[in-house]
Design a protein around this ligand. Structure first.
Ligand code: KG4
Ligand code: ZN
Length: 339
């Protein structure tokens, strides 16, 4: 049995977790800064790192306490090394280095995206094990900072098929929510408002980027802005729910159809969808309805940033003997295919 204490501070969540054998969550504590950043409609990096400093000790202590274990019971310490905000990453990294040094346990620097894609492997200790995704896996990572389509033929091996050429999917949700003035973070806000809207009410463009596995969402965002302005110019009230529903449908359609096409072309046996946007109900339903192969989506509490997913990826790295040095440094722009 391998127990890993994992720490995640790449963006605006301060998180720690204890994970057994890469799959079983003994504890998973998260302090979200969402309320703080919501006041400003976005994340201010300096405020985020200050908040990490204030909460990290307590979060790590709490993770060990809830797992009913001590630092000495751990087999390794894992931490998100990147990508993310450098000032935020460093807080988690320094904490992990200190713990590794104090306990003499090995240290593992983990890629945040690798963490996200391992999230469907996890389940809570008190629950039944979930089925493991079968290789080759076609992966869609959709978060606030990334939109990546990746082929995973086995553990720890990634072939990047495509990614967004401009805005990430989550970023598009956040920006359009701001345009529609419905709150932050934009994803959950749009999902909720869209429930009362008609997804076919407004025609929005779909960027298929044919011949590639890439995505593009900036044209869609610009078209939303243009159509909002048209309503304003005509002095008409904006049908906000229809806008939200139609925008969401446009994003979901492209994400789902391109992922399914890639899965078919590469003979994938399963699909994994991970990252903050994988919490989107409409996206999850579309995948379940249209996919001929099993689609693994993390439970809601593992869709957004957390440390359990870092502990899962770290386990497979630990098994492969890929430990980090104690002088590891933050990699704010670390792409998945360069691990
Ligand atoms: O993975 P994550 O927590 O942080 C990053 O690593 O970026 O993803 C955050 C993103 C935000 O853009 C947020 O608007 C989006 O995930 N998101 C959603 C939903 N919940 C969160 N987007 C669409 N629908 C949701 N239900
Ligand atoms: Zn993330």
């Amino acid at each position: 049995m391998t127990r890993i204490l994992a720490i995640e501070t790449s963006c605006d969540e301060t998180a720690a977790a204890v994970v057994v054998d890469g799959r079983i969550i003994l504890s998973n504590t998260v302090a979200s800064q969402e309320k703080l950043h919501a006041q400003y409609g976005g994340i201010f990096p300096e405020m985020a790192s200050r908040q990490h400093i204030l909460t990290i000790n307590k979060i790590v202590e709490e993770a060990l306490k809830r797992a009913h274990l001590d630092l000495g019971d751990m087999d390794a310490i894992a931490v998100t090394q990147g990508p993310g905000l450098s000032g935020s990453l460093v807080i988690g990294i320094n904490m992990a280095k200190g713990l590794a040094l104090a306990s003499g346990k090995p240290l593992l620097g983990i890629n945040h995206l690798e963490g996200h894609l391992y999230s469907p492997w996890l389940y809570r200790a008190e629950e039944d094990p979930t089925p493991e995704p079968e290789f080759p896996v076609c992966l869609l990572i959709v978060s606030g900072g990334h939109t990546e389509l990746v082929l995973m033929r086995d553990h720890l091996t990634y072939e990047r098929l495509g990614s967004t050429l401009d805005d990430a999917a989550g970023e598009a949700f956040d920006k359009v929510a701001r345009l529609l003035d419905i709150g932050y973070p934009g994803g959950p806000a749009i999902q909720q408002v869209a429930e009362d809207g008609d997804p076919s009410a407004i025609r929005f463009p779909r960027a298929w980027m044919r011949g590639t596995w890439d995505f593009s969402f900036s044209g869609l965002k610009t078209d939303v802005l243009r159509q909002v302005r048209d309503y304003e110019a005509r002095g008409e009230a904006l049908p906000v729910a229809d806008f939200a529903a139609s925008f969401q449908a446009a994003v979901v359609e492209v994400l789902v159809l391109k992922t399914l096409a890639a899965a078919e072309q590469y003979g994938a046996k399963s699909i994994v969808v991970a990252g903050g946007v994988s919490a989107n109900k409409s996206l999850r339903e579309a995948f379940q309805m249209r996919s001929p192969i099993p689609v693994h989506v993390p439970p809601f509490f593992l869709c957004t940033d957390n440390a359990a997913m870092i502990g899962s990826a770290a386990y497979f790295r630990f098994q492969a003997g890929q430990l980090s040095d104690l002088d590891l440094d933050a990699l704010p722009n670390w792409p998945l295919n360069e691990i």
